[in-house]
Design a protein around this ligand. Structure first.
Ligand SMILES: C[S@@+](CC[C@H](N)C(=O)[O-])C[C@H]1O[C@@H](n2cnc3c(N)ncnc32)[C@H](O)[C@@H]1O
Length: 454
């Protein structure tokens, strides 16, 4: 039997540990909970796909290539989900809407977030439950987010096999699906109520300027996170939930320590919590958050957005000026569903550069047709004003004028990610989506615009 090379074994163990640390840092994944073997299997699969046999070379690739990191994340995440998982949360949601939310909010829109949504079964179950509870479809809207692009693509297709139907009561399947052999296609009426977003919960720009929601489902993800990831997520949920809003956790997460204003509701097996008024206002009791400063700044931002939740006043204040930027040429068709990009922002630049970076100048340059210079100025400006939606819209217009519609669309996506009610950004986005044949995506945005105009 050949002698073991202990040095090599040690080195490989260290590399595996480094990969686990990278996954913890990027997506909060706790190697202890998920198991080092599970991560090792995912790494082996990726190494085989990349044609690599040396784990150290694979680590170097992983560190250098965001695309490879994304592939590893896709391989390691657990997208396990099914329609009406655990049932009781949906029973409670229906009762809450009928007996409490509707009487107080007639004619308003109930906003729900499903995070993470995996392949869509959870947000679609919410849409069905709300419809069955008697809520008019024009009076609710569901945002649903997950880190996995593969999962989001499946969710957008809305086609499911029998593994997605594990609940005993399947009456809803006859009412909302069309059967095609072993598969079930979800009806368009339900699909169009859910807006899918791809993003990382632990990204500090994640849903950064989203207005608070009435209801949030955040089930079966905290269990995979390490302590820091859990605390960061709880801060995010606290920021994203309205006062008096309802938070649903997974049953194995119900022991999670929440900020003091979260009260458990009296409904067995719903694992739901109401965010009550707190004497300390929005203050969160959570500790150990490495990004505390950043997050409290975002909480303030979101508070301002909540208080200004009025489209008309926003619309009049936004830079809705007609621009002389010329119109683009034709667009090459991209079949990939348009997913919300995780903002990858330019790295900061020096103060000297920033001094010359001025949005008004960029607009003037663009209007004069000096597109290259305008783009450069916008990028410099954005490197120092990372959450400025107007700058993204201007940069998008510049790209559009240059004929780069893919980049343009990404800019408008970012603008509307940062400011969901950015009228100009939404209009540009809808038009670009229509032009490249993404009618479903464009329709969703147009519905959003219509809701704002009411
Ligand atoms: C077990 S599923 C839960 C789905 C659904 N909430 C449910 O309870 O049925 C966990 C999901 O979390 C997603 N996920 C893991 N880490 C994430 C992160 N950092 N940001 C966003 N989604 C994440 C995975 O992609 C996976 O789809």
């Amino acid at each position: 039997m050949p002698a073991l090379n202990f040095e090599l074994v040690d080195e490989n163990v260290m590399t595996q540990t480094a990969i686990e640390a990278l996954l913890r840092q990027k997506i909060g994944l706790d190697a202890i909970t998920i198991g080092s073997n599970t991560i090792a299997r995912a790494v082996n699969r990726r190494m085989t796909d990349c044609g690599l046999t040396d784990i150290n070379i694979y680590l170097a690739k992983l560190q250098a290539s965001p695309q490879e990191l994304e592939e590893l994340i896709e391989t390691v995440v657990i997208p396990e989900t099914w329609f009406f998982r655990d049932r009781e949360p949906f029973v409670f949601l229906s009762r809450y809407v009928q007996s409490e939310w509707l009487p107080k909010n007639a004619g308003k829109t109930l906003r729900v977030l499903s995070l993470p949504c995996s392949t869509g079964e959870e947000p679609y179950s919410i849409a069905i439950a709300l419809q069955e509870a008697g809520l008019n479809p024009i009076n609710f809207w569901i945002d649903a987010a997950d880190i996995s692009k593969v999962a989001i693509k499946k969710a957008l297709r809305g086609v499911y096999g029998k593994n997605s139907f594990r609940d005993k009561n399947l009456d809803f399947r006859d009412r909302y699906f069309t059967s095609t052999g072993d598969l079930y296609q979800l009806n368009e009426s339900v699909r169009r109520k859910v807006n899918f977003i791809q993003g990382n919960i632990l990204d500090r720009y994640f849903l950064v300027s989203q207005h608070p929601y009435d209801v949030i489902f955040c089930r079966n993800v905290l269990i995979y996170f390490d302590e820091a990831g859990r605390q960061q997520t709880i801060q995010l949920l606290n920021r994203l939930l309205k006062k008096q809003g309802i938070l649903f956790l997974g049953h194995s997460e119900s022991g999670q320590k929440l900020p003091s204003q979260f009260d458990s509701v009296r409904h067995s097996l719903a694992f739901a919590y109401r965010k009550t008024e707190s004497l300390e206002g929005e203050k969160v009791e959570v500790k150990k958050n490495p990004n505390k400063g950043i997050f409290s700044a975002f909480a303030r931002e979101s508070k301002i957005a909540e208080n200004n939740d009025n489209f008309r006043s926003y619309k009049s204040s936004t830079t809705n000026k007609k621009s002389a930027i010329p119109n683009p040429q034709s667009l090459s068709c991209d079949e990939t569903p348009q997913l919300l990009p995780t903002p990858s922002l330019p790295s900061p630049v020096s103060n000297t550069q920033s001094a010359t970076a001025d949005l008004a100048t960029a607009r003037r340059l663009a209007d004069r047709g000096q597109l290259q210079e305008a783009a450069k100025l916008c990028e410099t400006y954005l490197s120092q004003n990372r959450t400025n939606a107007d700058a993204y819209v201007l940069l998008g217009q510049v790209y559009q004028a240059k004929g780069d519609r893919l980049q343009a669309e990404q800019c408008f996506q970012k603008a509307t990610y940062l400011k969901p009610n950015h009228y100009e950004g939404l209009i540009h986005l809808a038009l670009l989506k229509e032009e490249r044949g993404d009618i479903a995506g464009a329709t969703i945005i147009r519905q959003r615009i219509q809701r704002m105009e009411k």
